[in-house]
Design a protein around this ligand. Structure first.
Ligand code: HEM
Length: 127
């Protein structure tokens, strides 16, 4: 049996990331804090950008950078006010998505530590 090359492969590749991000956006769609932040009426394109980013970050295909260039996530989040309320809402939606996956405790902990760190690092307001 082939040894999984990296985290992306080890947790199930495209299908796993597709499910997590789709579930996350299902929550965003009805979240009263987050939904108003998204500029487009159709959340589909935002969902795809985020899915491609996460896949690339964890060792999957580099489609995100091929199409969007350098991620520059802090810069790309500047237009949105992200304080503790927005961060907590984002993590709440993401937790639902991650908890529905059958990840090993180690993979779950690794993924969650990254998401928490990233969400904290993208805050640009403190009220
Ligand atoms: C884009 C909100 C955290 C990754 C966006 C957009 C919003 C948003 C409103 C624009 C949607 C679009 O049109 O693409 C937030 C809020 C967060 C948060 C409120 C709370 C902390 C994160 C985190 C990550 C992330 C933690 C990464 C782990 C991205 C990516 C994009 C994006 C990759 C698309 C960037 C591009 O234009 O290529 N986010 N975000 N976000 N976000 Fe977040």
């Amino acid at each position: 049996m082939a040894t999984p090359e990296n985290f992306y492969e080890a947790v199930g590749g495209y299908d796993t990331f597709h499910r997590i991000v789709a579930r996350f956006y299902q929550e965003v769609a009805t979240d009263e804090v987050l939904r108003p932040l998204y500029p487009e009426e159709d959340l589909g394109p935002a969902e795809e950008r985020f899915r491609l980013f996460l896949m690339q970050y964890w060792g999957g295909p580099h489609t995100y950078s091929d199409t969007r260039g350098h991620p520059r996530l802090r810069m790309r989040h500047q237009p949105f006010t992200i304080g503790p309320i927005e961060r907590d809402a984002w993590l709440r939606c993401m937790k639902i998505a991650v908890d529905e996956e059958n990840l090993s405790p180690e993979h779950r902990a690794q993924l969650w530590a990254y998401l928490e760190m990233a969400a904290n690092s993208l805050m640009n307001a403190w009220v």
